[in-house]
Ligand binder design. Structure first.
Ligand code: SAM
Length: 292
């Protein structure tokens, strides 16, 4: 993800992001309007408008969501595992305070309940106010929002209680660190049902392939099958973002039901079946590096 704070430099109408996990990556955006800025107990929360990407949410000095490119992240995080799973009835989202992943999950008719565990209430409040088209599903009848720590939630959750878990976390900084650990992945494995799927957002495949591979290594200690797919998110470093697909059973592409996908087509702007299949095809050097 893009970044900076504490090295965020607000000069005139420019904001410079320096990735805290990769200090050489710098991105600059023009700020047309500042909307919100506050240090919460968990992170620095900033919301501002830019000419190119519309309203932007930055956490800990890292761009997390932009109005213009959020669909490439949220639709691919949610629909790849939800369409790969034969019958996703209970879905758990960890993080995801902007509401974009929740908005996508509740579109699936098979989903009966979508539980979202977000640590920082301020993120939810500010996204409802400034990114209402993203934070649009918090009042949906299938949605339940819990304000709390994702690791604590899965540690306390009953065995085999979810079909799909989506980790829509910040990068491994601040409160997000615990969501990139063997302890967390083991708890997710226990909480998933027999054919469950876990998809954690997994860093910049361009700048941090070794860190992405590290996520794969931890997941392979728990899960029967681990693959990686990508999506294009221009406001994230390198523009190409990695997602791990850790499965107790379902294959990432072989069981896709074209009719089920077509039935949701009118509600989707980014995801489609060909893209789902193509997203798992990685350049050779990355495929080799991320292979178990
Ligand atoms: N799309 C985003 C990205 O990859 O940049 C993720 C966005 S979402 C806003 C990330 C959320 O994860 C934040 O709202 C943050 O508060 C939440 N978060 C971080 N650590 C968490 C934890 N331990 N438990 C629950 N939520 C957490």
């Amino acid at each position: 993800m893009l970044s900076s704070s504490p090295s965020k430099e607000k000069t005139m109408a420019k904001i410079v992001f320096r990735d805290p996990l990769n200090r050489n990556t710098v991105t600059e955006h023009t700020v047309s309007e500042w909307l919100f800025s506050q240090e919460t107990p968990y992170q620095q929360v900033d919301v501002f408008r830019t000419p190119e990407f519309g309203t932007v949410l930055a956490l800990g000095g890292v761009i997390n969501v932009s109005e213009r490119d959020e669909i490439g992240y949220h639709e691919m995080l949610a629909h790849v595992p939800l369409f790969a799973h034969p019958n996703p009835r209970r879905v758990l989202i960890i993080g995801g305070g902007d509401g974009g992943t929740l908005r996508e999950v509740v579109k699936h008719p098979q989903v009966e309940e979508a539980v979202m565990v977000e640590i920082d209430e301020v993120v939810v409040e500010q996204c409802k106010k400034h990114l209402p088209q993203v934070a649009s599903a918090f009042d949906h009848p299938k949605a339940e929002l819990i304000i709390g720590d994702g690791l604590a939630y899965v540690n306390d959750a009953p065995d085999a209680s979810f079909d799909v878990i989506l980790v829509d976390s910040t990068d491994p900084v601040d409160a997000g660190v615990v969501l990139f650990t063997p302890e967390f992945y083991a708890a997710c494995h226990r909480v998933l049902r027999a054919d469950g799927i876990l998809v954690p957002q997994s860093d910049s495949i361009v700048y941090q392939p070794a860190r992405v591979a590290g996520v794969g290594k931890m997941l392979r200690e728990q899960f029967e099958r681990v693959d990686f797919y990508t999506s294009i998110v221009p406001t994230y470093p390198g523009s190409l973002w990695a997602f791990a697909f850790a499965s107790k059973g379902p294959h990432p592409v072989e069981g896709l039901d074209s009719e089920r996908i077509s039935s949701l087509d009118a509600q989707l702007s980014y995801y489609h079946e060909d893209l789902h299949r193509a997203a798992f095809a990685l350049p050779k050097y990355l495929r080799d590096q991320l292979r178990g």
